[in-house]
Structures are given as C-alpha cells and as structure tokens.
Ligand binder design. Structure first.
Ligand SMILES: [Cu+2]
Length: 581
C-alpha cells in the first residue's frame, strides 16, 4: 500500500492468533522517530514497533505467546536485591506481559504479573480466552513492578481485540471500516526522571536526543506512534474507531474536537471492551478516557472539511473529510451510494459502508456470566470492602499500605460472590483491576460518558472532585468463574510502581463449601480454595529458568551479543529476589 502523504495516519499490523498457533513477541530496543523533531531515539518496543502489532483472536482461543526479553542487562538498575527499594523504580530491563481487560486466569502460564522475565530469557504464555468472552478491545503491556512506567512511557504496548462473532452486530457496525487508534503519552522530562531514578542509563541517554517540542514542555501525544497525523475519511461514511489510551500518567486522555468543520459525530458503542446497553450514546463533550481505558465509537463526518482533535489539551489528530463523486452499488444491499471511496490507503473495501443510515439502538443478544448485571443484587455478606487510593511518589498508598509481594493479600472473595468495592480517590487516581470488570453502581454524578450500570475495568473521574468534594464510587461485580490472585492498582503506573497496588484473592471455592469474604487482611492467607503453587513464587522461578535463552542474537547487523553472559548474573539476582519474597 502506498502512503502518499507521510503524515497520513497508519495502523498497526494485525496478527491473527486464530490462525497462528504461537505468536512471538520480542521486547527489544528499537529506533523510532514519531516526529517530535530532532534525532530518532531508541526505546523499548514490544513486538517490533510502537505501538506493537494488534493481536486479534476469537472467544474460545488459547492465546500462545512466546515472550522474548531481548533487552540488555543493566545490573545497576536492579531494585529487587534491596528490599528497601521494592516500591521504587528499577529493574529497567525486567518485564512480563499483562493482558489488560482479558477475563483470563492470573495463574501461570497465563496472566500472572508477578512473573519476572529477565533480559535474555523468554517465557511461553498460554492464555485461554473463554468461549463466552465478550468481544472487545483490550491491550497488552509489560507490568513488572518497578519498571511498568519506564516501559509504558517508552511506548511498549499493543492492542488486543477479541473478535465479534459474524453477523452479531448491526449492519452499519459490522460493515464499518475498523480503525484501531492507539494513543500514547510521551512526557520526556518525566521519562528522563524515571529513567534516572531507575538506574536506566541506556534510556536516559537516548531521551536526551529528543530536541523538539520545547514549546509544549516536551510532552507529546502520538496516535499509532505518529505525532500529529492526519486521517483522511470520506464524508458521510460511518467508521468504527477503536480507541486505546495506553497511558501511564495522571490525566484522562481528554479527547476533544477543538474545531469541527467536518461535522464529525461520535456515538459510543463500547467501553473497556464491553458493549454498552444503550448504544448509540452520543458523546459531545471531552472524552475522559482513563490511562489504560478503551472506547469504541461509531464515527461519521458529514461535511467536507477538517476537524481538529486534541488530547491532553494538545493538537493530536486532524481528520480531513473528503467528498467523493464515485458512484457504486453496495455489494451487499444493492443500494446506490454516492460517497464510497476508492480506498487504497488501508487496503480495505468500503463498499458496504452505508452513507445515510442512522444508527439503530442495539445491545448484544446476551452478556456472559461475568457481565450479568449486579445492579439489583446485594453484595454477599462481608464482601463490601474499601479501596482508598492516596498519595503520589513515595507517599503512594492503597488503603494506607504499599505493595508487598508474595503471600500478602488485601481482601479475599470466593467464586460466586457478589463483590462490592468502595473507591476513594478516583478523581485523581485511575483504579484498575485485573480479571473481572466491574459495574458502576452509585456514588457519582452521571455524565454522558459515565452512566450507572456501565462496565469498566479502569476508572478515573477527574470531574468527581469538582462536583461533590470527596466522592466514593461504589462498584460491584460477581466473581463467577476464575479463582486466584487478582491485582488491583492505580493505572498511573508511577503511583503503582511506588506501591499503590494490592492483591485480592478469589478463593477457588463456592459459598456452599465454606467460601467467605474478608476485608483488610494485608497479610498472608491460608486455608481452602487457594490454587496450587499460586501464592508462592516457586513456579515463576522454574518457568523462567526453563526458558532461559541460549542462542546468540545478532543485533543491528553487526555486533553479536551473547545472552548467555547475561543469564548468569540475572539468574543470581532472581534467586535473591525470591528469597526476599
Ligand atoms: Cu494514582
């Protein structure tokens, strides 16, 4: 495909896990030039590009990912050898993968973010997506405690889409061209600070080569790795935008149409990969997508002209809406359309995009068990617990505590429980929980974006403070079917890296055999319903050792680096960290 305009928005490659029995995702240094000005710079990229390729899979697919950490070891960055540094930046080149939004197990070889994959090691993730997984947009990013911020600020992230079943959507959605838009926040001064504190000399020196953007404080927003691109659309044709904010900082994306000459409209279809129940919901105001959040919109621009989108108050994306005098017959419906483009840019066929159709209301024929509404279901006995997110930097706390590894859990639940959480601090901290999305029950002022009954897995309400002072958001969900540990944390990863993170435990047992909830444990748990080898980290050590990379890797077509050398020191450091747990 030929891109005539260098600034025309491009899209991540698509890797289909349904047809690839195993996907290899390399985590490695990559030279990038998003267009900030100055020289290209080196950053840590996941899957060979920033953002990485979009992974697509169907519900019921077992996602096999060989994760290869090809970074270069920097022993001066280790934090795990010093217990006092556990909740600080460090371990710059250690990583793992988190499948954010997936209703998937946190037990290895699946989505266990306590896994540590050292440079020169690989790990084979096997992540079963259940048959009844809700189709939607999720994402993948490294989630090692201490280096999460470092890796996200450098752009290591990719979109993951659970596919819609054929003929399950309204025709105008099914036929719409799909645009994956990955928004990323590049804050160079903050990134330098994090790199310096993490002992990450490699990235700190690379960031020094970014010279442009002084007038915006060297904080940039990219779309699909591009700074201020243009997206050309055809007037009057519905598209499906699938927006991921692969963020790591304090603010919501604040996606907003600064000017709207093209007459674009945005109709909300899904949030955090879950279809809303009142589609189409028109969004006219600033979109408060939290760091880590996703939203699907049906988008149509009715006029010829351009519309300027800003994000984080910066000019971010220009949509240029063009007319078309090409007349073709809609292949599916035999409807003559006057605004169907010759779309050579993305290799897709817009023949089926109906121009004049207004959207009809729709919701999925059914929601899976884990997304059945719990609005009218009272929380199970003892299953209402608080999460207070407070502080920043060294004062980052969750329920007054910093994160502890190993067998230390904040709250426990059990399979089948109706779980309620009372969230404090959500106006300045983005609450995220793994495995189970949650429903918004009460405690906030409804807006066009936040309705009672909506499902999210990441939540930030910057306006909440203004409306009513201290707000306690009440959320609820049912722990239907997946037991084991469950990470909960602030998705300002700078706060999470400093300890604003906790673990819950979902006992793998039902109430009828003694399952019960407990709040505010903040210590070891024992008894029935613990999944074998989950609480300890023995499995982690064995798996990592087993996968230690032994081949030589030729880097940049020149110098050959032997990762066997790195393996010796990193394995030693790993054992030290295990002893500390
Ligand atoms: Cu926070």
């Amino acid at each position: 495909m030929a891109i005539s305009n260098a600034m025309e928005l491009q899209y991540p490659d698509i890797w289909d896990a349904d047809t690839n029995p195993s996907i290899t995702l390399d985590f490695d240094w990559l030279t990038v030039d998003p267009g900030f000005g100055g020289q290209p710079f080196r950053t840590r990229a996941l899957g060979g590009s920033v953002p990485g390729p979009t992974i697509k899979l169907s519900p019921g697919t077992i996602l096999n990912v060989q994760f290869r950490n090809l970074l270069t070891d920097q022993p001066e960055s280790y934090k795990t050898s010093d217990v006092g540094r556990y909740n600080m930046y460090g371990d710059a080149d250690m990583a793992n993968l988190h499948f954010h939004g997936g209703h998937v197990s946190s037990v290895l070889p699946a989505d266990d973010t306590t896994l540590v994959v050292h440079p020169g090691h690989s790990y084979n993730f096997t992540v079963p997506f259940p048959e009844d997984h809700m189709p939607g947009l999720h994402w993948v990013h490294p989630h090692h405690h201490g280096s999460s911020s470092l890796h996200l600020v450098g752009g290591a992230a990719l979109a993951l889409i659970v596919k819609d079943a054929p003929n399950s959507l309204p025709k105008e959605v099914e036929n719409a061209e799909e645009k994956v838009l990955v928004f990323q926040d590049w804050d160079v001064p903050t990134a330098k600070n994090i790199a310096r504190k993490a002992g990450d000399a490699a990235f700190a020196s690379s960031l020094n080569t970014i010279e442009g953007g002084l007038e915006v404080g060297q904080r940039f927003v990219t779309v699909n790795g591009m700074y201020q691109p243009t997206m050309t659309v055809v007037r009057g044709v519905w598209q499906r935008w699938r927006i991921l904010y692969a963020g790591w900082q304090d603010l919501p994306l604040k996606l907003f149409m600064e000017t709207n000459e093209a007459g674009c409209e945005l109709q909300l279809l899904a949030k955090d990969g879950i279809f809303i129940t009142d589609y189409p919901r028109e969004i006219t105001k600033t979109i408060p997508l939290p760091p880590g959040g996703r939203a699907d919109f049906m988008v149509r621009c009715s006029n010829v002209g351009s519309t300027q989108f800003s994000a984080l108050t910066r000019d971010t994306l220009t949509v240029v809406s063009q007319g078309s005098d090409i007349t073709r017959v809609d292949a599916r419906d035999g409807i003559t359309s006057s605004a169907v483009p010759e779309d050579s840019k993305n290799g897709t066929n817009l023949l089926n995009a109906q121009v004049t159709t207004d959207l009809t209301s729709w919701q999925p024929a059914s929601y899976p068990d884990y997304l059945q509404s719990v609005m009218e279901m009272p929380p199970s006995d003892g299953c209402t617990c608080p999460f207070v997110l407070k502080g920043y930097g060294d004062t980052s706390r969750m329920n007054g505590k910093t994160y502890r590894s190993g067998n230390n859990f904040q709250h426990t639940t059990y399979l089948g429980a109706i779980v309620q959480r009372e969230l404090v601090g959500i106006y300045e901290h983005s609450y995220h929980q793994h495995i189970y999305p949650f429903q918004l029950v009460s405690g906030f002022e409804e807006t066009e974006y936040f309705h009672y009954g909506d499902w999210h897995d990441t939540l930030l309400d910057e306006d909440g403070k203004k409306s009513s002072g201290v707000t306690t958001w009440v959320i609820r969900y049912q722990t239907t079917d997946i037991g084991g540990k469950m990470m909960v944390h602030c998705h300002n990863t700078m706060h999470a890296d400093h300890g604003m993170m906790a673990k819950e435990y979902v006992r793998d047992m039902m109430a009828d055999v003694g399952g019960s909830c407990e709040c505010d444990i903040f210590g070891p748990i024992s008894g029935a319903g613990l999944i074998e080898d989950d609480v300890g980290q023995v499995t982690v050590m064995g798996s990592v050792k087993e996968e230690a990379a032994k081949e030589e890797v030729d880097e940049n077509g020149g110098s050959t680096i032997s990762y066997c050398v790195a393996v010796v020191t990193s394995c030693a450091a790993m054992i030290v960290s295990l002893l500390l747990d």
